[in-house]
Ligand binder design. Sequence first.
Ligand SMILES: [Zn+2]
Length: 377
Amino acid sequence: MQFKEVFGQEQAKARLIKSVKDQRISHAQLFFGLPGTGKLPLAIAYAQYICCTAPKEDDSCGVCPSCVKFAKLAHPDLHFVFPVVNLKQAGSKPVSDDFIARWREAVIAHPYISEHQWYEVMGAENKQGFISRSESSAVLRKLSLKSYESEFKVLVVWLAEKMNASAANSLLKLLEEPPQKTIFLLVSENTDLILPTILSRTQMIRIPPLDPQSIREGLQQRYPGKEEIVQDVIRRSNGNYSTAVQLMESDELDNAHFEEFVFLMRKCYMREIIEIQKWTERIAGWGRERLKMFLTYGLRLIRENFMLNLQHEEITFMSRKESEFSQKFSAFIHQGNVFGMAHEFERAIDHIEANGQAKIVLLDLAIKNILLLKQIQ
Ligand SMILES: [Zn+2]
């Protein structure tokens, strides 16, 4: 990862680059600040710059053998520690290395990955991650070896506040008597949870929330041609790029769900059974989770339209596109059928949840809607 891939944060970049040029790289540094500001990508870009064999004025070269390995996060002198969860039985002691392949893939795909997103990648949304004592022994072993290819070994500790007391104590020992030519780059979102003795041994670098322009730059690169939602997402993201990406993705999905919902309602209203059948075959392939999201979306739009029908526009929360469609559609959602329609969508969600055959569930839902839409007020 190069500095140019990190959005904004010009001050921090300049400071880090200067430390390398002046040959004053502090052996323990802590990047701290709110989530989604680019602390992890900055730490990796910095490590890459330190190890690059042909660094340029303001970035690593991107093409030397060291940079090529860094791009895959697989340089032998680059080590990672991050919170992991226990997916097996109690008592087993997972360490970062157990998840390293998934970590590399996830961070390369989304360097601004949030803590929660990482837990999702590990398949453990509802568990809390931790950095345990077993991690420290793995680290000790790695750092006691000589560096393989670069002058320095670099250890990046992501979310250092997740260290438990004994992991923290052994890191403290390492910081007090650092192995030769080793650089510790700690990343934290909550320094209150880190031992003060560790904090006092690191050079602390505050990474501020991202300015709107940097977030815009990031979103434009990742989602070209989506200008109409970018502006709104920037406003809602609060300087957190990770949130911005999440919002973009849920908006994209809502957009797709909107199109399908409108299609279904039109076909139901016209009673075009053949078209409806083709539609159920297409949508059934989405898979259970996505189908549940679509049905939940439909349920929301039905409720919003009923509110609109009751002239309560002030308490509806719809996008511009949804509002435009609902100007006419709301006339068809009234007290005579809203409960029935909501009930049918809820029932479909339950059936999908219980592994019901998607095609049959969707067709059943459509037929009920045909009848309900014709119902008079
Ligand atoms: Zn290079």
